[in-house]
Design a protein around this ligand. Structure first.
Ligand SMILES: [Zn+2]
Length: 256
């Protein structure tokens, strides 16, 4: 058999098998879908979404791209996400990375690959954010395995940054976010348990709530107190800050 003939042959066999086991199988599916899960995974042929999760037709909405990325300007991903959350009402959304990911490995090099370079930049951003941890791992395979995990964690964060998820969190039954890594060598899925803390961690920057107390703390720790007056988001605290400085100056005068 040549070309797609094996695919068509397999399809006919599959239909016969499904009908034999459940005569109403296709009629029922034709009525509509109400999947519980949204799977965002890599396009890699070794990571078949349904097979590794034991889900059948109608149980999981699937989006795949190179290196399971959640990019906030990707209308393909955003359309899938919005439909899955707001129309289908999925309950669990999982970003599924996999060890041995070619996209992640390519991003960890200094080579150019053509059109895909723009896409890989998003994984290189993950390296930049976690550079200290990344460079500390001397073994190259271990370093790439960790990068796969860090990439999944950042993509779950990217989900949390979307207004789609933030609005869903305000509803009575919001979807849960999960970060998983699939080990091709063993066939096992590992839960990275990344959901905790995502809301509080990101809301003051990506959400609709400001958090001046947090911002002031970050500036003091990382930049120095002088910059505070220049930050527009901290204007409310400016007077307080000036008064605080004046009282500090007075104290100094008294001492001298
Ligand atoms: Zn991959």
């Amino acid at each position: 058999m040549k070309g797609i003939e094996p695919i068509l042959e397999n399809n006919r066999k599959w239909v016969d098998k499904q009908r034999a086991a459940d005569p109403q199988f296709f009629e029922r599916l034709a009525d509509g879908q109400k999947p519980r899960y949204l799977f965002i995974g890599c396009s890699d042929s070794r990571v078949p979404a349904s097979a590794i999760t034991g889900t059948g037709p109608g149980e999981m909405f699937v989006h795949r791209n190179i290196a399971n990325m959640v990019i906030n300007t990707d209308f393909n991903l955003l359309s899938v996400l919005q439909y899955a959350v707001e129309v289908l009402g999925v309950q669990d959304i999982m970003v599924v990375g996999h060890y041995g990911c070619g996209g992640v490995a390519a991003a960890a090099t200094n080579k150019q690959y053509g059109l895909i370079d723009g896409w890989l930049t998003n994984i290189r951003d993950v390296i930049r954010v976690h550079e200290t941890e990344f460079l500390r791992i001397k073994d190259e395979e271990q370093r790439l395995r960790r990068l796969v995990e860090l990439n999944v964690i950042e993509q779950v964060r990217n989900l949390a940054k979307t207004s789609i998820i933030q609005n869903a969190w305000k509803t009575a039954n919001p979807p849960r976010l999960h970060g998983l890594v699939y080990d091709i060598k063993e066939g096992l899925l590992k839960d990275l348990e990344v959901e905790g803390g995502l809301v509080g961690e990101l809301d003051h920057i990506y959400g609709t709530k400001s958090n001046n107390a947090h911002a002031e703390k970050v500036v003091e720790e990382q930049v120095g107190e002088d910059v505070i007056e220049k930050l527009p988001s901290l204007q409310i605290d400016q007077e307080e800050s000036k008064n605080h400085k004046k009282s500090e100056e007075k104290k100094l005068h008294k001492v001298s």
